[in-house]
Design a protein around this ligand. Structure first.
Ligand SMILES: [Zn+2]
Length: 213
């Protein structure tokens, strides 16, 4: 079932959408070797260190794109998310003529200026990388939010963060983390993320082509 905006697309756009929707997974070579970079990113974010978060995001993005044999991007991490009546912007992918595309992720919420949770930040970063991959890896003429797009994003997340409970806030000893994060809690959060993603798809199509609110 395509998203509602499919109805408004032209025949050419629908072909791109269908192509995007058909690819549900990405195999990331050497994903397990990137886990140190993922952990560095989580640490920097937890310390609310913008520069270190940016540096870690750059290194992780570079490693992912290199492993996939795809051209690089510029990565920027900014403080508080811009907000508007349509909501908050989480990330942005901006292709630029004659330059590497610019990928931006915000690390604080607009309202309370709190540092976003690791999983949220990581998903946003991977989401924006997905837009880049649509053009550079899948050679699509446009990058749409399709169910396939979100599944690819999740597949990349699962390979890089096989055990999200390791990064959960508030639980310290490694041994107790697994039991603290009940599978029920995880499922519920996942369902919430999915709902948010769907809402984003609708909102983003109407407002900014690659802004992720
Ligand atoms: Zn997007």
């Amino acid at each position: 079932m395509p998203f509602a905006y499919y109805k408004r697309l032209s025949a050419k756009q629908r072909r791109i959408y269908d192509e995007s929707d058909a690819v549900v997974r990405i195999q990331l070579p050497g994903a397990e070797k990137m886990q140190a970079r993922v952990a560095a990113l989580a640490r920097a974010l937890r310390k609310s260190d913008r520069k270190a978060t940016e540096q870690a995001s750059r290194q992780l993005t570079e490693a992912i794109l290199k492993a996939l044999g795809v051209a690089g991007v510029r990565v920027r991490v900014l403080a508080a998310r811009p907000s508007h009546d349509w909501g908050e912007l989480h990330g942005l992918y901006e292709p630029e003529e004659g330059r590497k595309p610019l990928l931006t992720v915000w690390m604080r919420t607009a309202q309370r200026r709190q540092v976003v949770a690791f999983k949220t930040f990581m998903r946003t970063l991977l989401h924006e990388i997905m837009h880049h991959l649509d053009y550079e890896l899948f050679e699509l003429d446009d990058s749409y939010h399709t169910e396939g797009f979100y599944k690819r994003e999740s597949s990349l997340f699962r390979q890089l963060v096989p055990d999200p409970s390791l990064y959960e806030e508030g639980t310290t000893p490694r041994a107790t983390r697994r039991s603290a994060a009940t599978s029920e809690g995880r499922t519920r959060r996942k369902a919430g993320a999915k709902r948010a993603a769907r809402k984003t798809a609708a909102a983003e199509q109407q407002h900014l082509p690659f802004g992720d609110s």
